[in-house]
Design a protein around this ligand. Sequence first.
Ligand code: NAD
Ligand code: DAU
Length: 337
Amino acid sequence: MKLLVTGGAGFIGSNFILYWMNKYPNDSIVNLDKLTYAGNLESLRKVENQKNYRFIKGDICDADAVRIAMHKVDLVVHFAAESHVDRSILGPAVFMMTNVVGTQTLLDAALQAKVKHFHHVSTDEVFGTLKLGSKEKFHEQSQYNPRSPYSASKAASDHLVRAYRTTYGLPITITNCSNNFGPYQFPEKLIPLATTNLLEGKKVPVYGEGNQVRDWLYVSDHCRAIDLVVKKGKNGETYCIGGQMDGVTNLQVVKKIAKLLGKDQSAIEFVKDRPGHDLRYAMDWTKIHRELGWKPEHDFDTWLAKTVVWYKQNTDWWKRVKSGEYQEYYQKQYRNR
Ligand code: NAD
Ligand code: DAU
């Protein structure tokens, strides 16, 4: 089978390529990635010289690049996106371009190339926010209620993907997943930001009082879920994916990381809250469990500790990533908070 993976130089995309090439060595993968600030080919060192792997530097909004990348492809797994909520607040335009127009460009090319299956990787953020302290969870029938430019652009892309099936008969599946963590995550996101700041002797900015809750999932559990959906999922269906636990606050996450690195609470700095901050996410993954037998297998505490060790052991990877453009972003994002 030949796969087109978009955004394969990013956090989840690179983990997915490593996972897939290890599990299905007879398949071939084309990785189409623009290499924005978030794309890093160093994450793919282990596979870059393999004959069944090819990298194409290109923009998913560029119809010609997409057409070439789609040649003789059986399955598209679409990760490419602008993915950081805070950046979408600072500058929404690129989110609309990549996440909406880019997805539509890919869908057109997939129709023309008659690909057998288009899988769209989406987020729980399209459903909005849950009350703190409630037991409520998002599920496949939850109403869309995006509240940031990022989640609004992802919601639009989900609707487009479904519309291409209804209107043109393109075979599709969608997964909506909760917050991932693990190796190769860009250090603008909470867990790698906290870990690398602490390793550099800097403070960790916690928004508001840090009482927001995320449904953390180790990245390889997400890759395995996508694997099951693309192999066994039903055409046109959506599957919600989430972690093993519910209720850990951002402050507790940061305290756990500080403890793992032998730091005390003086390393935590409370800063101005994110505008429109979603309070709580929690995913009900009953459907994918019942229909495809998936469940998260990596518990948060053990795999958080392993992730922190990975960042400790891979300082070259994140130090290079944290230079240049990232410094400018960091100053802009945190200077008046
Ligand atoms: P990321 O920001 O780490 O990586 C995004 C990748 O897309 C980068 O390699 C970047 O270069 C590439 N890219 C961006 N714009 C592009 C364009 N116009 N053309 C081609 N490539 C482009 O993102 P991630 O965290 O790996 O997320 C991947 C996908 O999963 C996204 O669609 C995101 O919405 C979704 N998702 C992420 C999470 C999470 O917790 N990180 C959870 C649920 C869903
Ligand atoms: O839920 C899935 C989503 O998870 C994905 O769709 C997004 O692509 C991904 O970025 C992530 O979004 P979040 O906004 O939840 O992730 P982030 O790591 O930015 O923030 C996690 C929580 O930590 C959130 O409540 C905001 C808070 N936070 C974040 C940063 C960067 C802080 O308190 N301080 C910080 O410096």
